[in-house]
Every structure is written in structure tokens, then in C-alpha cells.
Write a protein that binds this ligand. Structure first.
Ligand SMILES: Nc1ncnc2c1ncn2[C@@H]1O[C@H](COP(=O)(O)OP(=O)(O)OP(=O)(O)O)[C@@H](O)[C@H]1O
Length: 232
């Protein structure tokens, strides 16, 4: 099943997700949908299950019950091999602490997903350089993550998440470790690029300044999702 931007069929649809960590029920029937090209903020108090939801939606973790449908495919039922392929080609992920590979330069961190997808090194590095430039990290290509500022490292992480042209970027508190100026730069870069390329973004945050960048916001509480309407 294909899904065009503006189509009423959501690109990603989760229904009645339940997920427990030991005896803690992080999700208790959470439902959420993400449309093609939309920027959706998922907010909620600490411990409300936001990261668990992101992990279930992005196929990192399987829910105990409920369904996750991505472009017509049931993610929660897919074999591991197909799931990793989807995660590599259709999804990009950014975490709070970038999680760049410390031994690799900024350029090689961004080139890595392309190399894993079979792109030849010169081509991968050229594309990675273009993405670093787009995210305003010019001149830092040869630096390692430890030599970058927090904001620069997050913009490198964004470039790495977007370099393969994913349809969805999952961002878990992408500005959580940054001061407000660096946070604004990261959010501007992420939302601008996502809109330009038609990439949908599922953004986890507890910060109202960050959720203001989204088209729509939903709130997690008690393991379920409540819509909050369209952001201004
Ligand atoms: N691996 C785990 N093992 C045990 N409990 C876990 C695990 N991961 C999450 N939990 C628990 O599940 C609940 C939801 O956690 P989750 O990280 O999804 O919430 P969150 O809203 O993202 O929190 P925060 O905003 O603090 O990051 C919490 O009570 C947490 O302690």
C-alpha cells in the first residue's frame, strides 16, 4: 500500500499498544498516528512512557500487544531481518546524546549509514559533506564527536539520521542536553530540513518550546495518549 503526502491513510499507525518493563506498565493501550510529512510532538511527564512509545513505533522494541502499522506493514509482526532493513532505509533516529561513534570523524559518522546501504565510499563521503553543510557544520568534517560542541554534535546526528532520505525521523529529546540557543538551532535545522524533504518527524519532548515546532501535539499520561490539537 503506498502513502502519498496529504493522504488520509496515516504513514504510521499504532493501536492499543501495551508494553511492560518487568512490573512497570509503561504503555497501557496507547494509540497514535503519524501522517506523511507531519511533525508530531509527543509530550508527557518524566516516566510517562514516551521513550518506550518511540521504541515501539520505530521497531526497536516489540510491544507486548497492540499493533504498529507502517505503510501497510505490521511492524510488530515483521521478522527481525525485514525490521532492520526498514530501520536502515526508511527510518532515521536521533537521541538526546547524539550517540555518534566517538572514534569516527563527523564526516564518517554521517557517511556510515550510506556505506552500510552499499554506497561507495567517495560517493558516501560527498553526500555526507553536503548534509553537514546543510546543517551548518561546515569546517568540522574531520573533527571527532568529543571535539564538537553539544549543538554541533546534535546537528551531525541529524545529518546522519537524514542522509539516507528516510520517510520518518524519530527524535527522542534531541535538544535535552543543550542550552536554549543550541536547542533552537537544532530544532530549526530539523524542522526546516524535514519540511523541505517531506520527512515526517515524531518528536519526543517534555519542553513546550520544542513542541511548539510541531504541527500537532499528543500527550502521554498513564500509558495512554491524549490529543492536544493543532499547534499554533
Ligand atoms: N529497560 C527498562 N527496565 C525497567 N523499567 C523501565 C525500562 N525502560 C523504562 N522503564 C520504566 O518504564 C516507564 C516509562 O519509561 P520511559 O523511559 O518510556 O518514559 P519517558 O516518558 O521517556 O521518561 P523520561 O522523560 O524520564 O525519559 C518508567 O517508569 C521507567 O522507569
Amino acid at each position: 500500500m503506498s502513502n502519498q503526502e496529504g493522504s488520509p491513510v496515516p504513514l504510521l499507525l499504532a493501536r492499543d499498544l501495551v508494553k511492560a518493563h518487568g512490573r512497570t506498565e509503561a504503555l497501557r493501550g496507547a494509540s497514535v498516528e503519524l501522517r506523511a510529512g507531519e511533525i508530531l510532538a509527543v509530550t508527557g511527564a518524566s516516566g510517562s512512557g514516551k521513550s518506550t512509545l518511540l521504541h515501539c513505533l520505530s521497531g526497536i522494541v516489540r510491544p507486548d500487544s497492540g499493533s504498529v502499522t507502517y505503510d501497510g506493514e505490521r511492524l510488530d509482526q515483521l521478522p527481525e531481518q525485514r525490521l532492520s532493513e526498514l530501520r536502515r532505509t526508511e527510518f532515521g533516529v536521533v537521541f538526546q546524546f547524539g550517540q555518534l561513534i566517538p572514534e569516527l570523524t563527523a564526516l564518517d559518522n554521517v557517511a556510515l549509514p550510506l556505506l552500510l546501504a552499499g554506497t561507495r565510499r567517495p560517493q558516501a563521503q560527498a553526500q555526507a559533506g553536503e548534509w553537514l553543510e546543510r546543517f551548518g557544520v561546515r569546517g568540522q568534517e574531520e573533527l571527532r564527536p568529543g571535539e564538537l560542541s553539544g549543538g554541533q554534535a546534535q546537528r551531525v546526528a541529524l545529518a546522519r539520521a537524514l542522509v539516507t532520505g528516510p520517510r520518518i525521523v524519530f527524535a527522542d529529546e534531541p535538544t535535552g542536553a543543550l542550552d536554549s540557543l543550541a536547542g533552537e538551532q537544532v530544532m530549526t535545522a530539523l524542522t526546516h530540513t524535514a519540511r523541505e524533504s517531506g520527512t515526517a518527524v515524531l518528536l519526543i519532548t517534555h519542553d513546550a518550546q520544542v513542541s511548539a515546532y510541531a504541527d500537532r501535539e499528543v500527550r502521554l499520561a498513564d500509558g495512554t495518549v491524549t490529543p492536544l490539537g493543532v499547534a499554533a
